[in-house]
Design a protein around this ligand. Structure first.
Ligand code: GUN
Length: 169
């Protein structure tokens, strides 16, 4: 897909660089909040009920390994399918496919479980993926952690190549 389509979405939707890679803008943040004392202790403060973003990855940027305190739903909107790499202690590496080619194992919506490390790249290296990401309780950067390369290598050394590719330090 021509870069101009990427530029079109960046400018039309007002996307900005995300620390994990790619571009995003927050689309929705609920007005109501959960009070900290009614949330599990892993949340450091009050949280909005829910949030959602537009998120765009192209062949030039990947989502590096990171994790959240909440389950996150990813919704496919446009472009190429996306490969999501998930690492956890129970299953090791799992690949999840987001996209509209249901015959190729892609899904319109996928769930990434709270606490799992995950990274993503577009399937078609000449394309982009436009998607949505929804979390509840709502997103807060204190619930977001970029993976340190060494932390992942210590736990999942059999996936060294993948970890090297999807971590920056
Ligand atoms: N807001 C800022 N970054 C993110 C993110 O990675 N996911 C969600 N759902 N919201 C965000």
């Amino acid at each position: 897909m021509p870069v101009s389509k990427v530029q079109y979405y960046i400018s039309k939707l007002g996307l900005i660089p995300h620390p994990e890679g790619g571009y995003y803008t927050e689309f929705y943040r609920s007005e109501e909040t959960f009070i900290k004392k009614y949330l599990p202790v892993r949340y450091s403060g009050n949280r909005n009920f829910s949030t959602s973003i537009y998120f765009l990855l192209s062949e030039k940027n990947v989502s590096n390994f990171h994790r959240l305190q909440s389950d996150e739903l990813w919704h496919f909107y446009n472009g190429s399918g996306l490969i999501i790499y998930v690492l956890n202690d129970v299953q090791g590496l799992t690949k999840i496919y987001l996209g509209n080619d249901l015959e190729s194992n892609e899904n319109f919506q996928v769930v990434i479980k709270a606490g799992d490390w995950f990274a993503a790249e577009v399937k078609d290296k000449c394309s982009y993926t436009l998607l949505g990401c929804t979390v509840a309780p709502g997103f807060d950067f204190s619930d977001f952690e970029m993976a340190k390369r060494d932390t992942l290598l210590n736990k999942f050394v059999e996936h060294k190549d993948l970890i090297m590719q999807f971590t920056s330090s």
